[in-house]
Each structure stands twice: as C-alpha cells, then as structure tokens.
Design a protein around this ligand. Structure first.
Ligand code: NG6
Ligand code: CA
Length: 515
C-alpha cells in the first residue's frame, strides 16, 4: 500500500474514526452511571418523599424508567462499588468490606472491569468522585507522596479525579490520575491509624472547637472543623473544603464530558452526597427542614441537574444512557451529630422498606434506580429486578463486547430491562449482602425473600432510630408481593419454599459464580 504523507494519513484516520463513531452511535450510547452515597429509596420525591424535593431526579425519572426493584449489591459502600466494577459478588473475595484510610486497592489489577468492557468497545472512560476501593498494592497501601498505583487507571479508567476513601476518613485531598493534586513536596502527606504525636489535635482533645461534633468514632485528626476516622499531617496545600466537593465533581465532569464528547464515553460519577460528614455547600444549607442530611440530597439533585444540562448543551441527551443509583440504603446518625435523626419529621428515608445501611432487609440495598436514554427508553415505571452488579454484563451486551470466560461471574445481561423492552423481567434471583464476611444475606427469588442472619442480629433495622442491633432469627421468609416491608415472617407457613431457598442460596454462596 502506498504510504500517505503523515498529515494526510492522520486526516484519513480521523475521518475513518468520525465515520465509525457516527455509524456505531446507535448501538454504543455514552453511559453515565451516577452513584449516590447512602441515598435511600424514599429519599427522592419521585419515590414518595415530601419533605425533600428533587426536581432534577424527578425529571430524569419522568423522561426515563424508574425501577421499583432496583438494587445495589451490598448495604455498605466498598462491596457495592467492588461488585459494580467487577460484576462479581464481593462476598466471594476477602478484604472487600469498608476500606480503611490506608487500604490497598481491593480489586486485583488484572480484573476485567466494567471500565475494561467500555474500553474494549472503544469508549473513553473516567471515574470522578468517591473511590473507596483502596489504592496501592497489598501489604503496602497508598504511597501518598508518590504514584498511587495500582488505582483506577490500572482498572481501565483513562481519567480519574477522586476522593480516595470516604470523607469521614482521612485524608481530605483529591487524587487526579493516581497522584494527590496540589501536593507540595516540601510538605509531605502522612496518613496513619495512630495519633502521630501526643499534642496532635483530635476530635477528643479539641472537641469544643469542632463545627460538626461526632457521635461515634470519627474523633481523629481535625480538618475544616470536622474530626475524622484516622490521622494525618502535612499536605496542607492539597486539602479541600468539604463544602466544595459537590461543585468539584460537577466541574470536573463537565470538563471531561466536553473534552470527550466526540467519542462514546463511560463516566462513573460517584457523588459523595449524602455520606457523612454531611456538609453541603453553604448555598444548600437550610434548603430543607431535615438538616444537612436533607440539604445534601438537594445538593445531589442539583448535581444530577447540572449533568443533564451539560448533556443538553452538548446535544448528547439522545446519545447517552444515564443510570442513577445508590451504593447502599439510608442511615440517620452515622457518626456525626448533624441532626438527621432529630429533624427527620415524618420522612421515611427507606420508603416502604425495612432496614437501611448495614442491613440485608430490603432497605439496605433496594435503592433509587433510574435509567434514561432519550428517544430510546420509553418513559415509565418498571418492576423488573435489576442491580448495579448487572451493569457490567449489560454494557457488554449493549456494545457487543465479548466477556472473557472468567469475567463478571455474577453479572447478568439485563439490558432489555434497563431499556424498558416489553416483557423484560430482569433477574430471576438476587443475593444481597451487608458489609460482607458476616454470613448475613438477603436472597430474593421472584417475590420470595429469604433473610439469613448468621450473626442472629439485624443492623439498622429501624432507620428512624439511633443505629441499633436487634436480635433476629437465623432464617426468615417474606412474601414481597404482599409484604414489601418484610413485616411478617412466613417461614413456618412455607417450610418447603424456605428450604429450597436456603439450599439455593448456600449453593450460590459456595460457587465461584452465579451466571
Ligand atoms: C462505619 C462508620 C460510618 C461510615 C461507614 C462506611 C463508625 C462508627 N462508622 O464504620 O461512619 O464511615 O463505616 O460507610 O466509624 S460507607 O458508606 O462508606 O460504607
Ligand atoms: Ca455508602
């Protein structure tokens, strides 16, 4: 073949690329997964909240499909995010519970993740927001002053702009492309789980100075008037203000979306709202009568609206599938005295469901779930059973990407349900876990729900109370069709169903995959 001079070759290549992306656009929608943190089913007005208005999320639902059986995989953060990225149940892998400040990356870097699926399909990929899956290698953890590898890049994300852990854990810095942003080498960042010096101010020694008091734990290093889990020193120039997180995610997402609007893109937008410490921007403080928990929901709703505006502005609303979800169910007092409990009024954060964060009752994992793809998804409400763990296999199916044999073993292709195709039912069965390693599980098959409390304790069973552990029998059975609130245990009346589900759950847990 005759060699073209370089500029022409580049021009030809660009033309071919533009042609390819325009002809494939119909089958390769851009994808934005918006994951809220600790947002309960009942926390958005389209799901029945009246004390909080979420007009942007409501509009997303009105233009798309709102799921009444949409789930995340765990009732805490790290295992849900693990499962979302890997398409594999987190209980299959040790060390995937809530990650500590100095935790290493809990996903092996050779895992074929949802970001790899997107990349294989020709997408540009990014994660912006809360990470909380650890950074660095096992046994060492994050090298805060150097390269934070392995991290999101090694898992298939071309770009990352993240909060490394969760904001009630140290440190309060952004990481951009695996490095702490704005870190001055003359002021190195140190992070540890022991008080570094006896005069190091903490939430205990300087409690009277705090702008947000703690209620449980969260009494280590103070930054921005808030004490945290863990300790750190240095990195002063790199530290952010809690109030600015929401704005920063939107700013970075807008920049990235603008830069990547030509190609298909996959954006994991991982908001920190409404996790503790709930410290919404000043302009949202007082937006509701529910205190900062409610105000953070309004902030989250605002950020959803901003992303929708950006898509409209770039003319991408009809080329983009948005999935809105949460990483676990709701909690009131999660370690800070922000008034969530006292100011809750009649608000039911879990909607009609029992239990919240830390629980395997429905409220722990049945969370807001909305898909929108203008012009492609017929607006409405869906009762199909879908989960964040299914997004990997569904994206593979949607984009025609082959999954390696050992990848995404618990992820089902529910793309027909996500797109609202008539008759699509989603999953037939689903395992819910708490923080993992406890042996507690929820197991839904059709409308039956088996609850197994290996610990014989249910956590946060009543969301509208201080965090509590309540005695629970080893097994319970509920008929969700008649009793979505899991109020009446029907195990004694349906022993054969109970036994069948127990056996099936045990088999799924013992296996290496369920698909
Ligand atoms: C718990 C913390 C809670 C929160 C949670 C993780 C205490 C007493 N509680 O251990 O505040 O940080 O871990 O939340 O420390 S998650 O949404 O990131 O999983
Ligand atoms: Ca969470």
């Amino acid at each position: 073949m005759k060699r073209l001079p370089l500029p022409r070759l580049r021009f030809a290549a660009l033309l071919a690329l533009a042609f390819a992306s325009s002809t494939l656009a119909a089958e390769k929608p851009n994808v934005i997964v918006i994951m809220a943190d600790d947002l309960g089913y009942g926390d958005i007005s389209v799901n029945g909240a009246t004390a909080i208005q979420t007009p942007n999320i409501d509009r997303l639902a009105a233009e798309g499909l709102r799921f009444t059986s949409g789930y995340c995989s765990a009732s805490t953060c790290t295992p849900t995010r693990y499962s979302f990225l890997t398409g594999s149940y987190a209980f299959r892998r040790k060390g995937t519970g809530i990650a500590p400040p100095n935790g290493h990356l809990v996903i092996p870097s050779d895992t074929f993740t949802i970001a790899d699926i997107a990349k294989a399909a020709g997408y540009r990929t990014a994660v912006i927001g809360k990470w909380h899956l650890g950074l660095g290698v096992e046994g060492q953890g994050p090298d805060w002053n150097g390269a934070l590898v392995p991290g999101p890049r090694e898992l298939g994300f071309d770009y990352n702009f993240i909060l490394p852990t969760t904001n009630d854990r140290v440190p309060q810095v952004y990481v951009e492309n695996n490095r702490v942003l704005n870190l001055d080498p003359r002021d190195p960042l140190w992070v540890g789980d022991q008080q570094p010096a006896s005069d190091h101010p903490t939430g205990i020694s300087h409690r009277a100075t705090l702008k947000l008091d703690w209620s449980l734990g969260h009494n280590g290093t103070i930054h921005n008037g808030i004490s945290r889990i863990g300790f750190y020193t240095g990195g002063k120039a790199a530290r952010f203000r809690d109030e600015d997180l929401g704005d920063k995610w939107v700013e970075k997402a807008n920049t990235w979306l603008e830069a990547n609007r030509i190609q298909p893109f996959f954006l994991f937008f991982a908001s920190h709202d409404i996790h503790v410490p709930r410290m919404p921007h000043e302009r949202f403080q007082g937006a509701t009568t529910l205190g900062f928990r409610g105000d953070s929901i309004v902030e989250f709703d605002w950020s959803v609206g901003e992303l929708m505006k950006t898509l409209d502005r770039l003319g991408l609303a009809e080329k983009t599938l948005i999935v809105l979800c949460s990483d676990n169910g709701p909690v009131m007092d999660d370690g800070y005295k922000d008034g969530a409990l006292e100011k809750r009024g009649n608000h039911r954060a879990g909607g009609p469901f029992r239990g919240g964060k830390y629980s395997v009752y429905e409220g722990g994992t049945r969370t807001p779930f909305i898909t929108r793809w203008k012009g492609r998804i017929q607006p409405g409400v869906s009762t199909a059973l879908v989960s964040t763990i299914d997004l990997a296999a569904s994206l593979a199916a949607l984009t025609g990407t082959a999954l390696p044999a050992d990848a995404c073993g618990d992820s089902f292709d529910v793309s027909a349900a996500l797109l609202g195709q008539p008759g699509a039912k989603g999953r037939e069965h689903y395992v819910q876990q708490d923080n993992g390693g406890t042996g507690n599980f929820g197991f839904r098959v059709g409308d039956w729900k088996l609850v197994r409390y290996e610990t014989k304790f249910a956590n946060n069973e009543i969301v509208e109370q201080p965090l509590q552990r309540t005695a629970a029998p080893l097994f319970q059975l509920f008929d969700l069709a008649k009793d979505p609130g899991e109020t009446t245990d029907v195990l004694a009346k349906n022993p054969e169903v109970g036994e069948k589900l127990q056996t099936r759950l045990a088999a799924i847990v013992a296996a290496s995959r369920s698909r």
